[in-house]
Ligand binder design. Sequence first.
Ligand SMILES: Cc1ncc(COP(=O)(O)O)c(C=O)c1O
Length: 378
Amino acid sequence: MTDSRIAAESWETLRARHSAKWRRYPADVIPMHVAEMDYPVAAPIRAALGELVASSDMGYLGPMPEIAPAFTAFAESRWGWTPDTSNARLAPDVGVATVEFLRAHNVSRVIVTSPVYAGFWHWLEELGIDIVDVPLTSDFRLDISGIEREFANGVGHLLLCNPHNPLGRVFGRDELLALAEAADRHNAVVIADEIHAPLTYPGSDFVPYLSLGPAAERTGVLVTSTSKSWNLAGLKAAFILGHGDRGTELLKPLPEAMHWRSSILGAFSMSVAYRDGVEWLDSTLDTLAVARDHLASELKRLLPSAHLEMVPEAGYLAWVDVSGLNLGDRPWDRILEEARVSVVPGTELGPQYTQHIRINFATSPELITRALTQIAAL
Ligand SMILES: Cc1ncc(COP(=O)(O)O)c(C=O)c1O
């Protein structure tokens, strides 16, 4: 059952928030950069957090047996997939899980598929890992032959972002299977970051990498969290899992401390999100679909020379080519300094994207219109 009652908080309420979205820039800037939503968090999660706080239950994170059954039930009903959670390990966030995995395996080169989430670049740079970019094709598919060439060159790991940030593309079963088979032929590992998956819009089918059968199970690990889809990024909890014996082998070198460094508030909220947060999620998807369509039509009306590269099939991020606006070398600087709207520079998602910006549209239609009107006045 869905309803459409999830709506963005008022500007005053949002401005009083303490998070990065609301504190990074001066108070008059409309923040459309970091991936946080402007909606209230699901009531069952707020209630569960309230109980933990009220009972001073905020110690170190112990065993959290609530998460596996909650995630399993969610994955079964949403994607028809039963994950093997027997090896799952908790981590403070998807970034830490990925960095610790790569560190534990002494990885020296990793494939990414640009344009792709800035964090991937930062994590790999932090580890001193060589980044091997195999950009998406012009129709935003995985370039399987380019990827296989790099596997054959000895690059043993690939960071998959599915659904894709910044395009909002949900990769198809065919291309994911082709990826799994290519990885399997070269004993490569695919780290599947599926953090945006619960935010897949009706009409698109998200396919979990590990659901694709033996080749995927031999090559894949899943990293995910409820931090994006339920807007809980500050709570610091995520998990990583692999399937069967291969999963055990891949996850074995991870440090035990990763669990202790995660937060009890985050881990407990994660189980509540998967178990009791589905109605909120579906309502939020309704609200986001309206915001997405509003952004697409307002871009055409107010900024007809900008180009939305694709209408997202998942998530609340939009990848926009602004070359037609003639805003110079660093369009995002003028958009911030003169239009007073913060966006993510294209170059953070791949050095070649000098005329792209990423816009977060998880807000009200009114704020979207205000932001685009201010950009149009440049
Ligand atoms: C694809 C992707 N992975 C990971 C993250 C960050 O997740 P976490 O805060 O759990 O590290 C984001 C945040 O926007 C993201 O888009």
